[in-house]
Write a protein that binds this ligand. Structure first.
Ligand code: HEM
Length: 290
């Protein structure tokens, strides 16, 4: 995603995938360990940002840092719009007019004279029904996701922060440059804030509570303030679509005799202590899995 590339298909893809997962696992483990250079700053190496800035300044031809966007995103956009156009006469021309300034660059010449699609009422009414079911499911999904993020925040201590000025918070002095961890895991389970905090109860978010955009200091799985997670919007979409496609394609069950285990393994990233083993059973025609 970062570099807009596609890894080759087949065995090599699987091997690179496994290698990449291992690197991510190693990095997250290292991140959770105490850092000697916090106590002896003289021992610190260049950080990632400094390395990137050096690459940019040196103008290395082998690893250039540019801002060119990949065309695949436009292709995806075109496909999405095409589907919208075919199924919704209302928005078709609004979308097209938005694209007119870009049509030459996007290779959309043929779209300019696209005729309005015929209205097929049974199909449309079926689509409206699907939309309604989708919306209800979306609300259910949203409150469940909020509750999962409350009980199992992915970054239980968030990423360390460092005040640029010394300050006093509730009588405690936080010196400039100190490494500050915010225990969001404990805040999310605080009985003075949450009723039955250890219970999994998505209903607690039913009335629109649980804004995770950093405004609620009782609930902030993505952090808060200027350094709030930059990937909230992407996470919302990716997690929903990945999960939806897994649930749509397979029925899932635990191995026979196995009990649901929710034990956590504490680290900078909160993981399950015992990896989840779930057995998928295909629920669609076999040709769709080829
Ligand atoms: C379930 C998924 C995710 C959770 C729970 C999560 C949570 C967090 C948290 C707690 C922080 C620290 C915020 C703070 O210190 O106040 C953070 C930072 C960040 N996240 Fe996420 N994140 C998720 C997914 C993503 C994704 C998918 C991306 C990118 C595509 C992303 C990009 C970032 C970046 C760039 C920062 C650093 C922002 C900064 O320091 O300015 N995150 N995230």
């Amino acid at each position: 995603m970062l570099w807009g590339g596609t890894v080759v298909e087949g065995g090599e893809r699987a091997a690179i995938g496994a290698q990449f997962r291992q690197v991510v696992a190693d990095v997250t483990e290292q991140l959770g360990k105490p850092n000697v250079s916090d106590f002896f700053p003289g021992l610190a190496c260049k950080d990632f940002l400094q390395v990137l800035l050096k690459l940019k300044d040196d103008g290395d031809a082998k690893t250039p840092l540019t801002k060119v966007l990949n065309i695949s995103r436009y292709n995806l956009l075109i496909w999405c719009i095409l589907f919208l156009i075919c199924f919704c006469s209302v928005c078709c021309f609004d979308l097209l007019s938005l694209l007119v300034p870009h049509q030459q660059r996007l290779g959309l010449v043929a779209f300019a004279s696209f005729p309005p699609p015929p209205l097929i009422s049974p199909l449309l009414s079926c689509l409206y029904l699907c939309c309604k079911v989708f919306l209800i499911n979306k609300v259910l999904w949203l409150i469940k996701k909020k509750e999962v993020l409350r009980l199992h925040p992915v970054l239980p201590l968030m990423v360390p922060h460092c005040p640029s000025e010394s300050c006093i918070i509730r009588g405690y002095t936080i010196p400039k440059g100190a490494r500050v961890f915010v225990d969001v895991w404990a805040i999310h389970r605080d009985p003075s804030i949450w009723k039955n905090p250890l219970e999994f109860d998505p209903g607690r978010f039913l009335n629109g509570e649980g804004d995770y955009n950093g405004n609620d200091f009782n609930y902030f799985p993505f952090g808060s303030g200027r350094r709030i997670c930059a990937g909230i919007a992407m996470t919302e979409r990716m997690v929903m679509f990945s999960l939806a496609s897994l649930l749509h394609s397979f029925d899932w069950e635990l191995p026979k005799g196995e009990k649901l285990d929710l034990t956590e393994k504490f680290g900078i990233v909160l993981k399950k202590k015992i990896p989840l083993i779930a057995i998928p059973t295909p629920r669609l025609p076999p040709t769709l899995y080829e």
